[in-house]
Design a protein around this ligand. Structure first.
Ligand code: PMP
Length: 448
């Protein structure tokens, strides 16, 4: 493999990690000092290493360290950092038209993204879309549309869910610290039901669904629920894959009771799991699908896509916003869809699972601190627990993340108890890069 990948618009970025200073290095430390004076401490950084350039699965920091990135900005740069096609499309669009505001004078790129979302979300029926700027905004709009359509107000969510940092989405999250503590009062009429967490509840999908449904029927009543919002694979919750049959049973119950079934595919969607949307793995056909993160290769874009009759419940002027569906972000999204198709990137997610899962299971056999290896495609995690007591082992995750960072590998933690190590690399990551990261993880486990 060549030492460098040359992008037409950027200086060469190496293809393997390279650690040349302490991490963070001196220039990052200087920037961190400037930051402390002017950036709110409410905005924290998992690894205060300042990034100057990036390509594929590599981040190059201001001290010239090259980090192997298994986080992708939390699942955003799914097709790779500064993907050449995305950069070219965005640059061209930037010079043609940067902004008009779709609700004032529209442009074709917005329509094309809506067409692509209609084509690639599950379900063979007429679909419509609204584009917004962030995942949380997509969640807000999905709920808003479901309320208007049903004339009901109740919002059901699941334990261990994460949906964002706006007022409504804070109320929908499971974890108070750090997301909502002290930021209330919160939006009302949000009901949090037990989820399916096979490692901990030992329930079949059918049993777990019966528990979720019974909880909602007792505490709210189906007739008062506008929607149920679920992440098909819970992201921040720790890549929790529900037991087989759980989600289809919930969808069936929603359909029977006129509750809009909303799949929050913000982390699990856009090719991450080897399908366009993770819902497909579970045979789900959601009424509304929320997409964000990976949709535009790193530019801010998100969408609500779903049944035309539900999406059209909103009155003209009721949806939108100044930057929603920005032309440059839309051009990037079109390029992302084209790359997934033309380069069969769905297969790349499956390849990544094929490298990570067997290797992690092997590590699990040697290191009993690994309680479970789980996930689908390029969305794989290990849950760590004290081998004796079974207690969540956040300290071990913290040590592994810190160890890997020192070696130039960026890993992310997750989970309500912080005891999950998640990997959501870009689909551009090579087998060689994955094995390199696994080697670092192995030495980190040995050093625990
Ligand atoms: N839903 C899910 C499942 C997410 O993973 C996230 C972001 N981690 C969000 C919603 C919120 O998205 P954003 O940060 O773009 O507002």
């Amino acid at each position: 493999m060549s030492d460098t990948l040359t992008s037409p618009t950027l200086a060469p970025v190496p293809t393997m990690r390279r650690v040349v200073t302490a991490i963070p290095g001196p220039k990052s430390a200087q920037l961190e000092e400037r930051r402390r004076a002017v950036v709110s401490t409410g905005v924290s950084s998992a690894l205060p290493v300042y990034i100057a350039r990036a390509h594929g699965a590599i981040l190059v920091d201001v001290d010239d360290n090259a980090l192997l990135d298994l986080g992708g900005g939390i699942g955003v740069t799914t097709i790779g950092h500064t993907d050449d096609a995305v950069v070219a499309a965005a640059r061209e669009q930037l010079g043609d038209v940067t902004h008009t505001l779709f609700t004032i004078t529209p442009y074709e790129e917005y329509i094309r993204v809506a067409e692509l979302l209609a084509e690639h979300t599950p379900g063979d029926f007429a679909k419509k879309t609204v584009l917004v700027n962030s995942g949380a905004e997509a969640v807000e709009n999905g709920v808003k549309i479901a309320r208007k359509y049903t004339g009901r107000s109740g919002v059901a969510v699941l334990e261990h869910a994460y949906h964002g940092r706006t007022n409504l989405t804070m109320a929908m999250n499971f974890k108070a610290m750090p997301y909502s503590l002290g930021f209330g009062p919160f939006a009302g009429d949000v009901y949090r039901a037990p989820n399916s967490y096979p490692l901990h509840d030992g329930l079949t999908g059918e049993q777990a669904a019966a528990r979720t449904i019974a909880y909602l029927e007792k505490t709210v009543g189906a007739a008062d629920l506008a929607c149920l919002v679920v992440e098909p694979i819970q992201g921040e919750g720790g890549f929790i894959v529900p037991a087989a049959g759980y989600l289809p049973a919930l969808q069936e119950w929603c359909t029977a009771h006129g509750i809009v079934f909303i799949a929050d595919e913000i982390q699990s969607g856009m090719a991450r799991t080897g399908r366009y949307f993770a819902s497909e793995h579970f045979g789900l056909v959601p009424d509304l699908v929320l997409s964000a993160k990976g949709i535009a290769g790193g530019l801010p874009l998100a969408g609500v896509t779903g049944r035309a009759e539900i999406m059209d419940a909103a009155q003209p002027g009721g949806l939108g916003g100044t930057f929603g569906g920005n032309p440059v972000a839309c051009a990037a999204a079109i390029a992302v869809f084209e790359r997934i198709e033309s380069d069969d990137l769905l297969a790349e997610a499956t390849r990544i699972e094929g490298v990570l899962v067997p290797a992690l299971r092997e590590l699990q056999a040697r290191f009993p601190v690994i309680r479970e290896v789980r996930g689908i495609g390029a969305m794989i995690a290990i849950e760590l627990a004290d081998p004796e007591t079974g207690a969540p082992n956040a300290a071990a995750v913290g040590s592994l993340v810190a160890y890997a960072a020192q070696q130039g590998v960026l890993l992310l933690s997750a989970g309500t108890y912080g005891n999950v190590l998640r990997m959501l690399p870009s689909l551009a990551i090579t087998d060689e890069q994955l094995h390199d990261a696994l080697g670092v993880l192995e030495s980190g486990l040995a050093a625990l």
